[in-house]
Structures are given as structure tokens and as C-alpha cells.
Design a protein around this ligand. Structure first.
Ligand SMILES: Cc1cc2nc3c(=O)[nH]c(=O)nc-3n(C[C@H](O)[C@H](O)[C@H](O)COP(=O)(O)OP(=O)(O)OC[C@H]3O[C@@H](n4cnc5c(N)ncnc54)[C@H](O)[C@@H]3O)c2cc1C
Length: 337
């Protein structure tokens, strides 16, 4: 019988285990279940290698209320910090393990978690699986023959020295443009709005500087209506009158991710419209089941510090309501150490 099982070993899941250890829970009483072969899978897959990981991502205030912290760092430093934290916790992470169902014995305040490799009992379950497992896709069809040319990240396929279209208007879109220019590509960015209001200042300035130097062509107010296979390359049709169809070597979508609705519904989480219903301190309508990280950030989207802080908030409630433990307010990192 575990005290806490955490599903997902990204920033939220790792900080949840850290909060639990800091609050006095034995390492042997905590288990992390991760679907991928390694932790922080989303960061490893979606962040360009030279990316600056910003503490105030999406304009979140960079104040850390719990035991984990982030200052502006490289991708490598961020992953290495998460690596070291897992090792220091002494908590077991079971990789390549997928959760199928969660049953609750309400009278005993016990969950049974069934995976493809076993079943585990726990008092509290924390879901920290993020939203990046399923990237948002465009509404038009993407021909199967283009699967290596039309991608949703810049780490899976090496993209260098070609004509590349990036689609999106958030921080990821700008970071992909910066990365692809450095790799010697001729980059075009298509964004459906006329202003880049969702980017942080650094990414907006970097993108505008690339545009000024003609290293990125920015198509504002641009709507793509179709994608076709033209001799093995993606041919893109635009809705705007006078915008001719164009062919690229690669198309990279940076459209964010979606809440894994089916999975959450299967394990008993209720929805309020598009968002999972979350009550005080990220607890769901199922007592003892918590949703943290990107999953609890709502429409505005999450960040690493949001993930860290949500674990701290959930831990306070877990100690108050379910486990013998206490969160030390003095452990809060503030703006980092
Ligand atoms: C391109 C890009 C750039 C970004 N840059 C920044 C930045 O500079 N600064 C910043 O603060 N934030 C940044 N973010 C956002 C940040 O990465 C997320 O907010 C953060 O990773 C959320 O953490 P999480 O633990 O909630 O989810 P994730 O990081 O997505 O981790 C979820 C983990 O759960 C695992 N998982 C998924 N499904 C299951 C399942 N069914 N069972 C078990 N495990 C599962 C995944 O494999 C993954 O390891 C960026 C995001 C993107 C896409």
C-alpha cells in the first residue's frame, strides 16, 4: 500500500514526489508511473536543443512557492536538475508503464491503479501527465505520405538547409523559428492573427529581429486551408486572396496540446465544459485524486514553475486531509536560490 502514486514523471510529477519527501513521506511509500522510457519526456521531445528555458514562461510570475525552483536555464541544465532531483528523492520511477484504470474504494480511502504491468494500491493519487502527449492538429487533413515532412516538434526529425513553414503564434512557434534559422533553413511563419500577443517579450523581440533581417518571412493573418503531397513535399494552400499556394520541405506545427479527455474520463474525472473539474488545491471531484501541472492550468496554459507550485499547493491539502505529514513554509524557494 503506497501513500502516494504519481502518474507522469515531468516537472509536475517530479516536484510532487519532492514535496512529499520534504513533507516527511517515506521514499518507499511513493511511486511514480511514467509511460515513456525516460522522465521529462515532453521537455526532451518538444524543446529545441539550444532553447533558453525561461522562468517567467507565458508571463507567469517567477516565484516558487515550494521546494523546487527554476531560474532561466538551458534545456540541458533543466533536465539535469530534474535528473538530480529524482536521484536525491530516492523515489522509484517505473518507466514504460501505462495506466489503464483507477478504481476507488471510498470507504477505505484507497485507490487501485491498474497498469499494463501490474496493480498498485495507494491512499492518494496525483495525475501529472501534462497536455503534450497529444499535440493539437490542424482541422484539414495531413496526407499520410507526408508524415516525415509534417511534424509537431523539432527534435524527432533533423531539419536543416531547407524551406520550412512553421505554423503557430505562441512561444513555441517563435522558438522553433529561431532554432530552424540557426540550422540554416529558410523559414516562413504562418499565424492566423495579426499580433503576437501570446508570446513573451524575449520571443516576440527575437522573432521580430529575425523578420527585420529577412531570416524569417512572417505571414500575419494567414489561414491555411489545405495541405497536399506535391512530389513528396508538402504543398500549402492559403485562404487569403492573392496568396499563392507554396511548397515547402517541411511543415512544423506549434499549436500546443490538448487535455487527454478520454483518459481522464476513464479514470473517473468529471468535466466542466472543456476543462476537468478541479476544486480546492487541485483536488478533483474524487476525494484524494489530484490533477497538477499543465493539466490544472486551464486555458492560459502552464509552465514549469506553475507545475512546481501546483505540487506544493496539492501537498498542503494532502497533509491536511489524507496523510501524516506537514509542509514547511520555510522551504519555499521564492525567486530561486
Ligand atoms: C516548445 C515548448 C517550450 C516551452 N518552454 C517553456 C519554458 O521556457 N519555460 C517554462 O516554464 N515552460 C515551458 N514550456 C511549458 C512546460 O514545458 C510545461 O508547462 C511543463 O512541462 C508541464 O509539466 P507537466 O509535468 O505538467 O507535464 P509534462 O512536462 O508534459 O510531463 C508529463 C509527463 O507525463 C508522462 N505521461 C503522459 N501521459 C502519461 C500516462 N498516461 N501515464 C504515465 N505517464 C504519462 C509524459 O511522458 C511526461 O513525461 C514549454 C512547452 C513547450 C511545448
Amino acid at each position: 500500500m503506497y501513500d502516494m502514486i504519481i502518474i507522469g514523471a515531468g516537472p509536475a510529477g517530479i516536484s510532487m514526489a519532492t514535496e512529499a519527501r520534504s513533507a516527511g513521506i517515506d521514499a518507499a511509500k511513493i511511486l511514480i508511473l511514467e509511460r515513456a522510457a525516460e522522465h521529462s519526456f515532453s521537455i526532451k521531445k518538444y524543446y529545441p536543443d539550444n532553447k533558453l528555458v525561461t522562468a517567467n514562461y507565458k508571463g507567469f510570475e517567477a516565484v516558487c512557492t515550494g521546494v523546487m525552483y527554476l531560474v532561466d536555464s538551458s534545456k540541458h541544465e533543466t533536465i539535469s536538475y530534474l535528473d538530480r532531483t529524482i536521484a536525491a528523492n530516492g523515489v522509484t520511477v517505473r518507466y514504460n508503464e501505462t495506466v489503464y484504470r483507477i478504481d476507488k474504494d471510498a470507504a477505505a480511502q484507497r485507490f487501485t491503479i491498474t497498469t499494463d504491468r501490474g496493480a498498485y494500491d495507494t491512499v492518494v493519487v496525483v495525475i501529472a501527465i501534462g497536455i503534450l502527449g497529444k499535440p493539437n492538429k490542424p482541422e484539414y487533413r495531413i496526407p499520410a505520405s507526408l508524415k516525415d515532412r509534417v511534424v509537431f516538434d523539432v527534435t524527432t526529425t533533423a531539419i536543416a538547409g531547407g524551406d520550412v513553414l512553421v505554423v503557430g503564434g505562441g512561444d513555441s512557434a517563435s522558438e522553433y523559428c529561431q532554432y530552424l534559422v540557426q540550422k540554416g533553413n529558410r523559414v516562413t511563419l504562418s499565424y492566423r492573427k495579426s499580433e503576437f500577443s501570446r508570446m513573451n517579450d524575449i520571443n516576440r523581440q527575437s522573432l521580430l529581429a529575425l523578420e527585420e533581417r529577412a531570416q524569417v518571412q512572417v505571414l500575419r493573418g494567414s489561414t491555411i486551408t489545405a495541405l497536399a503531397d506535391s512530389g513528396g513535399r508538402p504543398a500549402v494552400t492559403f485562404a487569403e486572396p492573392g496568396a499563392p499556394p507554396r511548397t515547402f520541405d517541411h511543415v512544423v506545427y506549434a499549436l500546443g496540446g490538448t487535455t487527454p479527455r478520454n483518459f481522464l474520463k476513464t479514470i473517473g474525472i468529471e468535466f466542466n465544459g472543456e476543462e476537468p473539474e478541479v476544486r480546492e488545491a487541485h483536488e478533483t471531484t474524487v476525494p484524494g485524486m489530484f490533477l497538477i501541472g499543465d493539466l490544472s492550468a486551464g486555458q492560459k496554459g502552464g509552465s514549469i514553475i506553475w507545475a512546481f507550485n501546483s505540487a506544493n499547493t496539492a501537498m498542503r491539502r494532502i497533509c491536511k486531509q489524507y496523510l501524516q505529514c506537514s509542509v514547511d513554509p520555510a522551504a519555499a524557494q521564492g525567486t530561486g536560490r
